[in-house]
Design a protein around this ligand. Structure first.
Ligand code: ADP
Ligand code: MG
Length: 262
């Protein structure tokens, strides 16, 4: 067996590979270089958090990972295939939950299926399973405004999961919530993502949130964003709240904080 074979056997599969990606926005006022030479690998089942200063290019990076925005240079691979030629479905969760107020919870959850014209019995069944499993059964006929902020985010997450995404992208999904709610919703979302064995990339400017949820935290530079440092997070506790209680938490926080402001 060669060295390469051995490596291949022990290494987990990369679901996502970002190779030397650059992005320059062109507008009539000139060019903005948002991302430069960015490299990143995400393994199947991994939870990655990306932190970086405001305006550094985090949302731009997620738009590239979703396939919506084309890179200026470099390539993104999903399952070894150029994302532009891939038909993998990638889920996206935003800062605001983007629920439609005039639709009841059930209708919001099946919205994506309706749009994709995939509303078969199997899919409906899966939607019902998720609703039951994650405690939304009593709310399916309610309008979003009748739900708490945390519950709304759970509906938004389930709406995305119903489409069975290969990767889940989350862009500061908790920043509209107050601090107390944020802690519990963080736990909730983390639990659902791990339970459903999804690969996730979370963008946040909140270091604590990143450390409490992720397997690895990627620190980006100021714009144009590139990877400054990657931290492997090894803190005991299988939920974000338990991790926060660990004495190691503040040590890791300080390490990342120093890297971010350096
Ligand atoms: P972040 O999410 O980290 O706050 P963004 O990815 O939203 O940062 O933006 C990165 C940079 O690119 C910012 O300077 C922003 O003004 C600029 N930018 C974002 N979107 C566009 C666009 N559509 N056209 C031109 N510039 C943009
Ligand atoms: Mg942003």
């Amino acid at each position: 067996m060669t060295k390469d074979d051995e490596r291949g056997e022990t290494m987990e599969k990369n679901l996502l590979e970002v190779k030397d990606v650059g992005l320059i926005y062109q507008s009539k006022f000139g060019e903005t270089e948002a991302i430069k030479n960015l490299n990143l690998e995400v393994k199947e089942g991994e939870f990655i958090a990306i932190v970086g200063p405001s305006g550094c290019g985090k949302t731009t990076l997620l738009s590239i990972l979703s396939g919506i925005l084309k890179t200026t240079s470099g390539i993104v691979y999903v399952n070894g295939k150029n994302i532009q030629d891939s038909n993998s479905y990638i889920g996206y969760m935003f800062q605001r939950d983007e629920l439609f107020e005039w639709r009841a919870v059930w209708q919001n959850i099946i919205l994506g299926l309706e749009i994709k014209k995939q509303i078969g019995d199997g899919q409906k069944e899966y939607a019902k399973q998720l609703i039951e499993k994650y405690g939304l059964s009593d709310f399916i006929n309610k309008k979003p405004r009748e739900l708490s902020g945390g519950m709304r985010q759970r509906v938004a997450l389930i709406r995305t999961l119903v489409l069975n995404p290969q990767i889940l992208l989350l862009d500061e999904p908790f920043s509209a919530l107050d601090f107390q709610t944020r802690l519990t919703v963080c736990d909730d979302v983390h639990n659902i993502i791990k339970n459903e064995k999804k690969t996730a990339v979370l963008v946040t400017h909140d270091i604590s949130e990143a450390i409490s949820m992720a397997d690895r935290v990627v620190v980006l530079t100021n714009r144009p964003a590139t990877v400054k440092k990657v931290f492997d997070i090894q803190i005991e506790g299988d939920t974000p709240l338990k991790r926060r209680e660990s004495p190691k938490f503040s040590v890791v926080f300080n390490d990342i904080w120093k890297e971010l402001v350096k």
